[in-house]
Design a protein. Structure first.
Length: 134
């Protein structure tokens, strides 16, 4: 619950938890779909701590954990969706589903996730791998 709580600093540390919504953004993700095609994307979402106790006691760093969760869910789910869902017409439903999947998992540690969006999205990229053999 938001409010003022007295903490005696000589025997414990003080952790500040903001309950103001903020945005987190992934690094670039290059994914290979089950169809064999590749996509490159970045994503962002709004997060807000709704249970400060869980945010502090359930995970070491709730913001970093939520970012890693966003990476993992996008990598897992987007790589398995049908290519039609990645088309501009099907992307809105995919983003709604991604928001729900991330929000469900983040709720376990007191964080609400809303509005997952793709910041950039490049479909059907060509990947060249240069491998040197020593």
């Amino acid at each position: 619950e938001p409010g003022t709580y007295f903490v005696f600093p000589w025997f414990m540390s003080i952790h500040e938890v903001s309950v103001v919504p903020g945005m987190i953004t992934t690094a670039r993700l290059d994914l290979t779909l089950t169809s064999g095609k590749a996509v490159s994307l970045t994503a962002s979402c709004w997060i807000k701590v709704v249970d400060p106790y869980l945010a502090v006691t359930s995970v070491e760093d709730f913001e970093h954990t939520t970012l890693e969760l966003l990476h993992a869910v996008i990598a897992d789910r987007v790589s398995r969706v049908k290519h039609e869902r990645l088309e501009p017409e099907g992307r809105a439903a995919l983003l709604r589903d991604l928001t729900g999947w991330v929000a469900t998992e983040a709720a376990e540690y007191g964080v609400a996730v809303t509005k997952v969006r793709f910041s950039s999205f490049v479909d059907d990229i060509r990947v060249f791998r240069l491998i040197q053999d020593h």
